[in-house]
Design a protein around this ligand. Sequence first.
Ligand code: ZN
Length: 292
Amino acid sequence: MIILGAHLSIAGGLHKSLELAMKYRCNALQIFTKNSNTWKERHLEEREIEKFCELKAKSQIVKMASHTSYLINIASPDDVLWKKSVSALKNEFIRSSLLGIPFVVLHPGAHKGVGEKRGISLVSRAINKVLDETYSTGVILLLETTAGQGTNIGYRFEQLAQIAEAIENKKRIGFCLDTCHVFAAGYDIRNKTSYENTLAQFDSILGLNKLYLFHLNDSKKPLGSRIDRHEHIGEGFIGYDAFQLIMNDARLKYIPKVIETPKLKNGIEQDPVNLERLRNMVRETSATSKNA
Ligand SMILES: [Zn+2]
C-alpha cells in the first residue's frame, strides 16, 4: 500500500477537493481551507462541514493535511503582521479541526532582515501561543522545509530543529519534507548516495519519526539555487531516480506523500499523469526484486 495524493482545489466548495481525489484515485489529500492569497477568513457552515465529512467517509482518503495561506508570516518583525499571522494560523487550526484534518502545514516564515535568530524566536513564540490556544483540537503543526528564498527560514534542517526545540508541546509538532525545496536549498537527492546522505542528516537533526508528510515535487531550478519553482515529476533538475528511491524506501512507506506539481501542460490536466508516474515507480521495483 502506498499513501499518495495531491494538493487539490476547493474551487466550488471544500468537498470538490474530495471529488477530485476520488477521480484521481488518491488516498492522501492536501487542501487550502480558504483562499490562500487573501487575509479574508472563511467561516465554515455546518452543512459545508457535514458535506465534506460525509464525502470523506465514502472516499479512500486515509491521510489529510491543510496548507496555510502564503500571507502568514509568524517570523515577521512587524508586530501588526505577526499578530495577524498568529490569528490566521489559529483560525486554520480551528477549521482543520472541524473538518477532521489532523495536520496543518506551515512555512516557518521570513525574518525580513532582522536575522535568523530573531526570526526563529518569533516563530516559536507564535507556535507556542497558537498550540496553547487550540489545545483541544489536537491538530498537529507540520513545519515545512523551505527553499530559502529571500529571508525565508527553514532551508537548513538545523533551523527547523531550533524552532521545534523551543516548542513546549512537542507532541503537536512535526515536519513536512518538500523534495523541491530541500533540493533548491542545497540538499542533493539525485542518486542513492546523496539521497541516503540527505535522509541521514534529516534523521539525525529532525528525526524520521517526526516526518509526517512528503511534498513530492521536481524542481525547475538547480541544486542550491534557493529558488522555489515546482516541476512535473522526473522532468526537472531532480529527475526520476530520487522519486523512485523515495517511493520504494521501506522507512517512508507509511508517510503520506502529496504532489504540488504544476496543474497543466499543453492544456492537459497533469495531476493524474504525475500520480501515475509515481505509482509506476513502485510497481517497477517490486517486479525487479521478484525477478532478482
Ligand atoms: Zn510544499
